[in-house]
Write a protein that binds this ligand. Structure first.
Ligand SMILES: C[S@@+](CC[C@H](N)C(=O)[O-])C[C@H]1O[C@@H](n2cnc3c(N)ncnc32)[C@H](O)[C@@H]1O
Length: 359
């Protein structure tokens, strides 16, 4: 194996912050806030699990076949099945992304939020955990089943901004001006349902409503990553600064069969396990994402784009850096660096390999 660079953790300008702890015993940050789980629990009281399991299986096969939630979610039982099986996963992906953003851009602190294609507001619940100071939230969706349930669930939040969030029943292609503008706009697992032909207009609308930043979260599939890279080019043309996960604004260097995606491990509740017929008490949600800032961008290291591998020499890292893809090693003999860097996980930002300039 060829290595393009050595990594050292002792650079004066750099402090490694592991945003993630993926150990099953330390997944509290990836679990739904207690008040949200309790609110879902109340709705489940006295309800047969068999019918819900059928709806859940219908939803997951439908989403796998890329049918839209407009087609799949037609009533309360569908929305509840989503709350039990998909909401925990999309929440965990959002929580993971926001933890990274907090670690890498600690000065960013939005006070208003537009959750576009909100569904059951996983992005908003995660954002309020990250920035409790958010004072105004708009929840936008066009699906009546989602909107009816989210109206009830958001009332459980311990954050006033979410309890009094404005609900906007509208299409992503026609977001109203004025009130819907926000410091931070998030579209979580929503653009995946927009056709290729309409995607550009929707992205431009989202960007126009983002005063400081736009976060797009998508399923971690090759198709969604490819579309996300088209969106990235469009945002760069509109003057956006790409903040995470990319350490540069050049075309993505990952070519098929590789694609840029990450994974969040989340705990499964008893009902979640039951409805998914799962055996292990956790699942891994694959996602891809993009964070674009309007004015500033956090300092960039290189992104770890695969699980690090332990070898007899040390730790092998697949990195996306300012000059493209690299294979780097943290040598065991460099004890000080190795002690710090062995905590690195897939998705983290690390210093650029030696000799590689900043973009
Ligand atoms: C898979 S769900 C994701 C929900 C939620 N954001 C999450 O992360 O769990 C996709 C959401 O996008 C919404 N959506 C899709 N197309 C839309 C459109 N054209 N206008 C408004 N909402 C849309 C759907 O109604 C649904 O709530």
């Amino acid at each position: 194996m060829m290595f393009d660079g050595l990594l050292r953790a002792s650079r004066a300008s750099w402090k490694y912050v592991s945003a993630m702890n993926q150990h099953p015993a330390s997944l509290a940050w990836a679990a739904l806030p207690a008040e949200l789980s309790n609110a879902i629990g109340i709705l489940l009281e006295g309800r047969g699990r068999k019918a819900l399991a059928e709806r859940a299986s219908h939803l997951s096969s439908g989403f796998r076949a890329r049918r839209s939630s407009q087609e799949l979610l037609r009533g309360e039982e569908d929305a509840l099945a989503y709350a039990l099986t998909r909401l925990p996963a999309t929440y965990a992906a959002n929580a993971a992304i926001l933890r990274r953003l907090l670690a890498e851009a600690p000065a960013f602190s939005p006070t208003s939020l537009l959750d576009a294609g909100c569904g059951l507001a996983s992005a908003s619940f995660a954002a309020l955990e990250a920035w409790p100071n958010i004072g105004a939230v708009s929840l936008l969706d066009k699906n009546p089943a989602f909107l009816a349930l989210v109206e009830w669930l958001r009332a459980s939040s311990r954050h006033a901004a979410l309890v009094k969030a404005k609900l906007l029943r509208t299409d992503l292609a026609a977001i109203p001006g004025g009130d819907a503008e926000a410091d931070l706009v998030v579209a979580s697992y929503a653009l995946t349902e927009i056709s290729d032909g309409a995607l550009g207009v929707v992205v431009e609308g989202l960007w126009a409503h983002a005063r400081e930043a736009l976060i797009i979260v998508e399923p971690g599939t090759p198709r969604d990553h490819e579309r996300l890279m088209t969106t990235r080019e469009r945002l760069i043309r509109l003057g956006a600064r790409i903040a995470l996960p990319c350490p540069h604004e050049r075309p993505c260097p990952l070519a098929p069969p590789e694609w840029c995606h990450f994974a969040a491990r989340l705990p499964r509740s008893r009902d979640h396990k039951l409805l998914k017929a799962g055996e292990v008490p956790f699942e891994d949600e694959k996602y891809c994402y993009l964070i674009a800032f309007r004015n500033t961008s956090p300092p960039r290291g290189a992104r770890v784009v695969a699980h690090p591998r332990a070898s007899k020499w040390g730790l092998e890292l697949r990195l996306c850096g300012p000059r493209g893809l690299k294979q780097a090693i943290v040598a065991k003999r460099d004890k000080a660096s190795f002690q710090i860097m062995r905590k690195v996980v897939w998705g983290d930002s690390v210093p650029t390999p030696e000799g590689e300039e900043k973009p």
